[in-house]
Design a binder for this molecule. Structure first.
Ligand code: UDP
Length: 242
């Protein structure tokens, strides 16, 4: 089932359902593009039709963050849980290890994806990783595309930041079976950035933890109240039309 939030169609899948769909795509050698849609991205897409098109044309659009889960519920559709990029990536590693998947990590500062891959290959020895940092010039892009194609990944994780990674994956659909935009996940996997303690995550206060740790992000976080307001406007519009 899907719910339309400010024109973006978000899937109601749980984490385990999303992981299962990714596993099936790898097994059946079927292309699958995943967007983890956070409030910031959904809000930005209201003024950016190309971004909206790129998100809505993905095969799976997950509710990345409690703000999106709240929006879905407010509009009358239950979304069981949030499916964030980093949580999704961590949830697919056991299946990836068991299935001996080939995973390509593209993005992050030099050395970060390598460190993340080193840790993942140690914890999940079945996974074969290849990496490339995300600070490349347009001239280098062809070489990177060639490298990825040669590696033939089952899963390509692109952490170039949103929405660049979403456009990038949509522009290059032939690189891997499964493509996922993962934002700053390599930083978290490498331990360069620490995630909020589990208890804070459960209280849905990870945004506050991140704001305290990275105060320069405050401007980005002012999107959340504006996103919520727009969702409430959508609700009022729908109820007055029905
Ligand atoms: N990044 C990159 N290339 C760039 C710009 C950013 O690889 O040209 C990486 C950056 O190092 C970080 C990630 O993109 O690891 C995403 O950062 P962001 O703050 O957008 O993370 P999110 O909020 O999506 O988790």
């Amino acid at each position: 089932m899907r719910v339309t939030i400010l024109g973006v169609t978000v899937d109601t899948y749980s984490m385990s359902e999303t992981v299962e769909k990714i596993g099936c795509a790898v097994q059946d050698r079927r292309a699958l593009r995943v967007v983890t849609a956070n409030p910031e991205m959904i809000y930005a897409s209201e003024h950016n039709p190309e971004l909206k098109q790129v998100i809505n044309s993905a095969d799976i659009i997950t509710a990345d963050g409690i703000g999106v889960v709240w929006a879905a519920r407010t509009l009358g559709t239950q979304v069981q849980e949030r499916v964030t990029g980093i949580d999704l990536v961590q949830a697919i590693f056991p299946a990836a290890s068991a299935g001996k998947w080939r995973m390509y990590f593209l993005g992050g500062k030099p050395g970060v994806a390598e460190l993340a891959a080193y840790k993942i290959s140690t914890d999940y020895p079945g996974i074969k990783c290849c990496t490339r940092h995300g600070y490349f010039s347009p001239q280098e892009e062809q070489k990177i595309l060639q490298e990825i194609r040669q590696f033939q990944p089952d899963v390509l994780l692109v952490g170039l930041g949103a929405p660049r990674q979403e456009f990038w994956l949509a522009e290059h659909p032939d690189l891997a079976k499964v493509g996922i935009g993962v934002g700053g996940s390599f930083d978290a996997l490498a331990g360069v950035v620490t995630r909020a303690p589990r208890r804070i995550q459960e209280l849905h206060l990870e945004w506050l933890y991140r704001l305290l740790k990275e105060p320069w992000r405050w401007r980005r976080q002012t999107v959340l109240p504006r996103f919520m307001l727009r969702v409430l406007c959508q609700k009022v519009r729908y109820s007055s039309n029905s």
